[in-house]
Design a protein around this ligand. Structure first.
Ligand code: AMP
Ligand code: GLY
Length: 428
């Protein structure tokens, strides 16, 4: 069987790596892929852009692709699933309409309110004066979010009113971010600040049923100690001990199941990866910070390292609507991934720096590629998050130790990485 993975990040490298281990899988293509998928003998890189949905579907027909798996939100928002399905091609992901759970914060918040799914109280604004007045009335801390896809950079957690006003001006008046929601124009969602610890809770959905993947925790801030600007994610590990069995049951019962049922009821049955970004308070009550309609990056890298079951078979069940027949097997060890980012990330990452010192792949330690490219036979940086060094270990501390042992030898000019990935779990 031939498989196509759409995307170019570390998430897609990890998905493709795992799919290639499938018993029935003969070949895995990645479009457009990256330097890592190009170097990997088990994978084949295809130069088609991830939002070029017609060309991707043409490729799937020509190459007799059995299954296509979508990595990034941009491809979903471009309607890749709708295009494939209209041509009778098997693809795993949500339709463009269902992907609004991620692509429009306002859609997601209205959906959660309508279906009683726990989340922070919020209002939506397109008029800056009204937004400024709302913030004054509500007080700080408060959270200001651009409505639309902003790759994790459209959220300001304002600890003071001054920061909140500045964020409104930035997003709504100057529209510096250039993010627009589905009907065009800038819009902000302003919501109450939630206290607690975050976790990533990702499930596979076939429209009616779900199978949960192992839990994980991301590190969104650039710098050690969770300070500095928000990023796409600087490291992750799995499982996340903050998701106790009790919290897990609550999340399934109060968030995941009502979401799947609500989407079906609203005429948008959800197929694909559903990622609930959670805030879990000190009483173990989970609330939804955001939905993503795809796997997390870098969460995918440690999750795939721990998955023992055949990912291809899981995706086949998910696209057949037979997830009730699936029980996943996990490595009981911890997996932890450290992102090596380029100089200037997240605002202005520098590209084109030579990468040296990559270790060989091992079953227990993998370097997944993201912003890398092959240039004249050499591996160079080509994006903000460059690599994710991921290792298994008997504990979070040991997985971290193993991953961090590998980092110093991997060199490129301006390389930056956090030295405390996993710190919340190590403190416990
Ligand atoms: P989002 O893109 O919505 O996931 O937001 C990015 C990050 O901002 C989240 O991972 C949280 O760390 C933080 N954040 C977002 N919304 C809230 C909230 N209501 N309360 C506290 N932190 C938040
Ligand atoms: N790591 C966070 C995300 O994928 O959105």
């Amino acid at each position: 069987m031939r498989v196509l993975v759409i995307g170019n990040g570390g998430r897609e490298h990890a998905l493709a790596w795992k799919l290639a281990q499938g018993e029935r899988v003969s070949q895995v293509f990645v479009a457009p892929g990256n330097g890592g998928t190009a170097r990997d003998e088990r994978l084949e890189t295809v130069p088609i852009g991830m939002t070029d949905v017609k060309a991707l579907a043409d490729f799937a027909v020509e190459q007799k692709i059995t299954l296509t798996v979508v990595g990034p939100e941009a491809a979903l928002a471009a309607g890749v699933v709708d295009e494939f399905r209209s041509r009778g091609l098997r693809i795993f992901g949500p339709t463009k309409a269902a992907a609004q759970l991620e692509s429009s914060k306002a859609f997601a918040k209205d959906f959660m309110k309508r279906h009683g799914i726990p989340t922070a109280a919020y209002e939506t604004f397109s008029d800056a004066a009204v937004a400024h007045a709302y913030v004054d009335g509500r007080g700080a801390p408060i959270v200001i979010k651009a409505d639309g896809l902003a790759a994790g950079k459209g959220v300001v957690v304002a600890m003071t009113l001054a920061e909140a006003h500045e964020a409104i001006t930035w997003i709504l008046e100057d529209n510096k971010l250039g993010v627009t929601h589905n009907e065009g124009g800038a819009r902000v969602v302003i919501e109450d600040f939630l206290e607690g610890e975050e976790a990533s809770f990702i499930v596979v959905c076939d429209g009616k049923q779900v199978v949960s993947l192992a839990t994980s925790q991301d590190h969104k801030r650039l710098l050690d100690g969770d300070v500095g600007p928000n990023t796409g994610g600087m490291g992750a590990y799995s499982p996340a001990p903050v998701v106790t069995p009790n919290v897990h049951a609550k999340v399934m019962h109060e968030i995941i199941q009502p979401t799947i049922a609500g989407m079906a009821k609203d005429g948008l049955p959800f197929t694909g990866f559903l990622y609930a970004g959670l805030m879990i308070d000190e009483h173990g009550q989970p609330r939804t910070v955001e939905f993503n309609t795809r796997m997390g990056d870098p969460e995918t890298q440690p999750i795939m390292m721990r998955l023992k079951s055949d990912l291809f078979e899981l995706m086949m069940h998910a696209t057949d609507g037979t997830l009730d027949q699936v029980e996943l097997q996990w490595d009981r060890r911890v997996a932890l991934g450290v992102v090596l980012a380029a100089e200037g990330y997240p605002l202005n990452p520098r590209k084109g720096d030579a990468i040296t010192g990559l270790p060989d792949d091992e079953e227990e330690a993998m370097v997944f590629h993201a912003g890398t490219a092959m240039q004249d036979g050499k591996l160079v940086t080509s994006g903000g998050r460059v690599l994710c060094v991921t290792a298994l270990g008997e504990s979070v501390r040991l997985a971290a130790q193993r991953a961090y042992e590998l980092c110093p030898s991997i060199q490129f000019a301006g390389r930056q990485y956090r030295s405390d990935i996993g710190h919340r779990a190590i403190k416990r």
